[in-house]
Design a protein around this ligand. Structure first.
Ligand SMILES: Cc1ncc(COP(=O)(O)O)c(C=O)c1O
Length: 371
């Protein structure tokens, strides 16, 4: 194929990708060519609005970088993140999603102290605690408070000299609840410095509850706190696997030494572009939080018990077995989240596009009937 033909083909493919609906799920509720309505996935806490226009351009343009290892792009994103967070570049660790960093934190614990233990709330996002168990670490699970929030006093009380890691997910998945920045700072400062606190802020950009905010600034004041963020949620880049840690320099260095793989060049390019696409991020945040409030209002009108959602998903009590609710929703073409221990009748539902949220709310009374 001639270089000219290649260029023309690339231009055509590029144009198609850029013109593709910004929201890939937009088609999910429509009949597919077979005439069947395809599945509406509201179970994965993904962002249906997808990458920003600038990120889409960057994804296409990144093809030329594919043959190279991404050292320079890692450095660019690291510098950008460091400047935004007010830390040195050496305090940023980029991972293949924050999932890689959660696993690196588990390895950090296992390699630091024989018989180390982990403290975590339950239910929570399980990637770190479950990986820690697979590494042979014991996890001390702590029940949430009556508002389904992390019970920070109980978590503090669960810390023993063996505890090497504490996992705080704020806002928490699956409950969606968050503790305030001040409460979290008091907790962090109360934890012995021999124990590292991992604060997972995957959803913090979507929080609007008063007093809930990032604790990233503490990495310059406290030696044992690591804050994790991801481009998978607000930025809509889950498939491209970019997350990062903000940490005190020494912990950042130790984490870097444990990294499992390299971030990919396309994800990095998309993250750099998305990071500065403020108007798109603002619009996405407004759409998701607006629809979250709408779901809250409907659940409240229906008298259903719910947690105070601060992420892109809502957790509520269906009043009957979750399996029945899941099956009824599935029969209507909607997939909702899985079961969580201790919450046998509760469902977690991800906020989709406006029309998807409307479809869910329209189906809800039927799926609940008889509960
Ligand atoms: C609280 C929380 N942390 C981390 C992750 C993992 O995100 P990533 O795609 O960055 O690995 C998720 C994914 O759903 C999550 O809910």
């Amino acid at each position: 194929m001639s270089a000219d033909l290649l260029t023309r083909r690339a231009a055509l493919i590029g144009a198609t990708a850029l013109l593709a609906p910004l929201a890939p799920n937009i088609l999910l509720g429509a009949p597919n060519p077979s005439g069947k309505t395809s599945l509406l996935k509201l179970d994965g806490n993904e962002n249906p609005y997808g990458p920003s226009p600038a990120a889409r351009q960057a994804i296409l343009a990144s093809v030329g970088e594919a043959p190279r290892y991404a050292d320079e792009t890692i450095a660019s994103l690291t510098n950008q993140l460091a400047a935004r967070e007010g830390v040195a570049p050496s305090q940023i660790v980029i991972g293949a999603g924050s999932g890689e960093l959660l696993k690196m934190a588990g390895i950090l614990a296992v390699t630091s102290l024989s018989g180390a233990e982990v403290v975590a709330s339950r239910p929570t996002y399980e990637e770190l605690p479950v990986f820690a168990q697979a590494l042979g670490l014991k996890v001390q699970w702590v029940a949430p408070d009556t508002d389904h929030r992390h019970d920070l006093s109980a978590m503090r009380a669960a810390i023993t000299p063996l505890t090497h890691l504490v996992y705080v997910c704020n806002p928490n998945n699956p409950t969606g609840t968050a503790v305030t920045r001040d409460a979290l700072e008091t907790f962090i400062r109360s934890v012995p410095v021999s124990c590292t606190i991992i604060v997972d802020e995957a959803y913090v950009d979507l929080a609007d509850q008063s007093g809930v905010a990032t604790v990233a600034a503490l990495v310059n004041q406290v030696p044992n706190v690591v804050v994790l963020r991801t481009f998978s949620k607000l930025h809509g880049l889950a498939g491209l696997r970019i997350g990062y840690a903000i940490a005190p320099a020494e912990l950042a260095q130790r984490l870097t030494a444990l990294s499992l793989t390299w971030p990919n060049s396309t994800g990095l390019a998309a993250a750099i572009a998305s990071f500065n696409d403020h108007s798109y991020l603002k619009a996405t945040r407004a759409a998701l939080t607006g629809d979250r409030a709408k779901v809250h209002a409907t659940l409240d009108r229906m008298g259903l018990h719910r947690a105070d959602a601060q992420g892109n998903f809502v957790f509520f009590d269906t009043g009957g077995p979750l399996k029945r609710f899941q099956d009824r929703m599935l029969a209507e073409g909607i997939k909702v989240g899985r079961h969580f221990d201790g919450y046998d009748t509760w469902a977690r539902v991800t906020i989709g596009l406006h029309q998807e949220v409307d479809r869910f709310l329209h189906t809800l009374p039927r799926a609940l009937s008889g509960n």
